[in-house]
Design a protein around this ligand. Structure first.
Ligand SMILES: Nc1ncnc2c1ncn2[C@@H]1O[C@H](COP(=O)(O)OP(=O)(O)O)[C@@H](O)[C@H]1O
Ligand SMILES: [Mg+2]
Length: 466
């Protein structure tokens, strides 16, 4: 099943005939090809679409706003007049607008749907996030312009395409509300000729033809019944009828001419990046040391990881693994709070530490100027959630002075042996970064977003080290 062909009507200017074009285009497309599914939606906060197409009262499934909050478009589509389907408009767009910033949100929603045929999207005269979303998925963008200033505004739409590295191929200018009674002296004899010349001069491509200004068309939405009538049914003897037919035919031909539709492309990109994420995830997971980096208890198994408290990775990314929570906590306590090896059950400092550890990164590295093997020292840093240094302590690796373990070996040694020591027991230049993980799902750290954060913090803290 092929993705729908998506036509977005957009311009930065109001009152250029966007809504009139969008609603009538849907009707003309349907009239041209009875079997073609045509779906119309509007991101504007007026209810022209609903007024024009609604047959029954709204069933409370949702509206165009729901597209941005995870609803499948299939559940939002209403069967409307003239055989056109529509998704009801929303009066909550101004609220949603504040929460959204991702122009791919609509593509994501439509990618879930089983819509086919042609989807026509009417937008607000503003490059807000809804308009951006509609531009992002469009196979065809029609930009109605009625004068030179509205032509200047087109640049913002072109810039949007460039900014997102989208092909400009879908973009077309359409002169609208053209008053043919106006005549000019000189090479461009009327407003249409003039607008076309402007467009060509700026490198914009145009639809064939234009939409004339017609008092009859204007009157179709100013009547005592408060209804909006289509040109097809109520303006058949106007030139706009002929012009709309011509525009609809071009749109239809464009749709059968497009081999790979934008939404197909988006679906392929999604599948591809899904695959990439998956393989990056597997790679991270498969290169782990399997035991706790301190006590050696098995933590990383085929089906699950845990129970683990911390994730650790070396800065050269060669070593990574997990540590049991209490192993690391005892370590921290021994060196920072002078605590005994065993954990006291109800020590408030412990609770405090556990709580703040959630928002910390820990870092181990050879202390500056301590290359001498017999005086190895370790820097132990703590950073906050944003990767800014909170504390720094230097630990002497006394046990190494004599190479004889007079005391009980500290937990630090097995950790360093598994991570930072070379095979002679020397600290190199790499550091080890540790982060608290969710004990229920330690592998969460490998999810795209989380791992990106971890990597970003690793880069950030490394710039603060001596
Ligand atoms: N071809 C036309 N001839 C005359 N008036 C038109 C035509 N197309 C639209 N209008 C009128 O122009 C006004 C703005 O049109 P509309 O489609 O709402 O523009 P937009 O959606 O860009 O704000 C409306 O009053 C509409 O009736
Ligand atoms: Mg409008």
């Amino acid at each position: 099943m092929s993705a729908p062909y998506i036509v977005t009507i957009s311009s930065d200017k109001g009152g250029v005939g966007k809504t009139t074009l969008a609603t009538n285009l849907a009707i003309y497309l349907k009239a041209l090809h009875e079997d073609l599914p045509v779906t119309l939606l509007s991101f504007d906060n007026h209810f022209s679409v609903d007024q024009m197409f609604r047959i029954n009262r709204k069933s409370a499934q949702g509206d165009v706003g729901s597209l941005f909050t995870g609803s499948n478009p299939d559940n939002l589509v209403e069967i409307g007049e003239y055989g056109v389907q529509f998704i009801p408009s929303s009066d909550q767009m101004h609220i949603l607008r504040r929460e959204l910033d991702d122009p791919t949100a609509l593509a994501r929603a439509l990618a879930k749907s089983s819509l086919t045929g042609i989807v026509v999207i009417d937008t607000r005269p503003d490059l807000d996030i809804f308009t951006q979303s509609a531009l992002y998925v469009a196979d065809r963008v029609i930009v109605p312009v009625k004068d030179a200033p509205s032509m200047d505004n087109c640049q913002h739409i072109y810039d949007f395409f460039d900014f997102h590295s989208l092909s400009r191929r879908p973009l077309r200018i359409l002169p609208c509300l053209v008053d043919k009674r106006i005549r000019y002296n000189g090479p461009f004899s009327d407003p249409y000729q003039l607008l076309k010349a402007y467009a060509i001069n700026r490198g914009y491509r145009c639809m064939e033809g234009y939409i004339a200004k017609s008092p009859k068309v204007e009157s179709l939405n100013t009547n005592p019944e408060g209804k909006i009538y289509p040109v097809l049914t109520h303006g058949r003897n106007t030139e706009v009828h002929v012009q709309m037919t011509h525009i609809a035919r071009q749109v239809y031909l464009g749709s059968i001419d497009t081999d790979v539709r934008r939404l197909d492309e988006y679906r392929m990109d999604m599948a591809h990046s899904e695959e990439e994420h998956q393989s990056a995830y597997e790679k991270r997971r498969n290169s782990l040391i399997t035991g706790c980096l301190i006590c050696g208890n098995p933590l990383v198994e085929k089906e699950r990881i845990g129970p683990a408290g911390y994730f650790a990775q070396s800065s050269d990314q060669k070593i990574s693994g997990f540590i049991e929570e209490e192993c690391f906590n005892s370590l921290v306590f021994r060196y920072f709070y002078g605590a005994k090896r065993t954990v006291e059950a109800h020590n408030p400092i412990w609770d405090l530490f556990r709580e703040s550890a959630q928002r910390s990164y820990f870092l181990l590295q050879r202390a500056p100027h301590t290359r001498n093997f017999y005086q190895q020292k370790l820097s132990f840093y703590r950073f906050d959630d944003d990767g800014l240094e909170v504390s720094h302590k230097i630990i002497e690796l006394q046990e190494f002075e004599k190479r004889l373990l007079s005391k009980e070996r500290s937990d630090l040694f097995p950790l360093l042996e598994r991570t930072l020591f070379d095979n002679q027991g020397r600290l190199g230049d790499t550091f080890l970064l540790l982060r608290k993980v969710s004990s229920d799902l330690p592998e969460e750290i490998f999810y795209e977003q989380n791992f990106a954060t971890f990597t970003r913090i690793m880069a950030k803290v490394s710039t603060q080290l001596p």
